[in-house]
Design a protein around this ligand. Structure first.
Ligand code: GDP
Ligand code: ZN
Length: 326
């Protein structure tokens, strides 16, 4: 049993004890809507008021999206006493390469693309792998369809077929004309969603179209509330959508550029390869040069796209060489 495992178990134990204590000492429930270092902004479930809070070291970090129980301290900062179990944690290496929690409980990732800037298929593959690894549900969001004529739309659908064929849904949208916006609202309702995609595809425009007039998208709630009296760039902020659901804006992870991934996650992101691999002669086939490889056969037969196959090999190699122990 590794040290990390032990300490996780200990942490869980401490948290369970705290949960019981929390039931005894009438703590308030809340949602973390922004975090920065050792401080968080907690929105009280009952009053919807926002309170700057600190948290105990033993909690091992509290981040945007966390559901918490906290103690009010009139005239001072509150204290987060307990974090509810998370459905997911978004982790990204910080500037020193150390994994850092960016947001909790994201259950849906909108992988946003547009005709301009031109989409990069391997970036999309990578975003899907990272989303499934969270774990969260990936959706392809095709913005700026107002720029496409009928033939252009058909071409875009052909481009997306590599993913829609393996069951990932794609929504055509225009933040400019409002096309698809109601369908998108329906998809976001009841979820905590994150928008990712290349710079310029229209993520901010979409979020702006979803929020009421005058909502600040670019400025984090932390700096508005001047928790530490200065602007922060890497802070994640949670916004409630009037149509239902929440959106988390995490500026540091809007593009999945430096995302680390595990080999298992890569496999999950390539359902067609995983399926074909069941017929490989060797159970541990890497689908490179082994005889009797059903994946290579499927590529030759045109049942799996050559591009997806290459992308799979590239991502798998990256995952096997750079995978952190973490
Ligand atoms: P972000 O970098 O992904 O947040 O992208 P922005 O929201 O800043 O948008 C980049 C550019 O695309 C801006 O000039 C927007 O006005 C434009 N844009 C955003 N959505 C649409 C759209 O649906 N149609 C068109 N034609 N332009 C859009
Ligand atoms: Zn194989």
């Amino acid at each position: 049993m590794s040290k990390r495992h032990l300490s996780d178990q200990q942490k869980r134990h401490i948290q369970q004890r705290r949960a019981q204590e929390a039931d005894n000492v009438a703590l308030r429930t809340g949602l973390v809507v922004a975090h920065h270092g050792k401080q968080v902004l907690v929105e009280d479930t009952q009053t919807a008021e926002r309170h700057p809070c600190t948290f105990r070291q033993t909690l091992g970090g509290v981040v945007t999206g966390d559901r918490v129980r906290w103690q009010d301290n009139p005239g001072g900062k509150g204290t987060v006493e307990f974090v509810e179990p998370r459905v997911s944690v978004l982790i990204r290496p910080d500037t020193l390469g150390k994994p850092r929690m960016m947001a909790a409980n994201i259950d849906q990732v909108l992988i946003t693309l547009s005709p301009v800037p031109e989409p990069n298929p391997s970036v999309i593959d990578r975003a899907i792998v990272a989303t499934l690894d969270l774990p969260a549900h990936p959706i392809l969001l095709v913005n700026k369809v107002d720029l496409l004529d009928a033939a252009g739309r058909e071409q875009m659908r052909d481009f997306l077929r590599e993913w829609t064929d393996i069951g990932i849904s794609a929504l055509e949208l225009s933040a400019s004309t409002g096309e698809g916006l109601d369908t998108l609202k329906g998809m976001l309702d009841g979820h905590e969603s994150l928008f990712v995609g290349l710079s310029g595809v229209g993520k901010s425009s979409i979020v702006r179209a979803l929020l009421p007039e005058g909502s600040e998208v670019a400025v984090g709630a932390i700096s508005e509330h001047s928790l530490e009296g200065r602007h922060t760039t890497r802070t994640s902020t949670l916004y409630h959508l009037p149509s239902g659901g929440d959106v988390v804006d995490a500026p540091g992870i809007r593009d999945f550029g430096v995302w680390e991934m595990t080999p298992e996650a890569v496999l999950r992101g390539f359902a067609e390869i995983q399926e074909a691999a069941q017929d490989c002669r060797f159970a541990n086939c890497t689908h490179r040069m082994e005889p009797g490889c059903a994946v290579k056969q499927a590529v030759e037969d045109g049942r799996i796209s050559e591009r997806r196959y290459q992308s799979y090999l590239d991502l798998m190699e990256m995952a096997l060489s750079k995978h952190w122990e973490g």
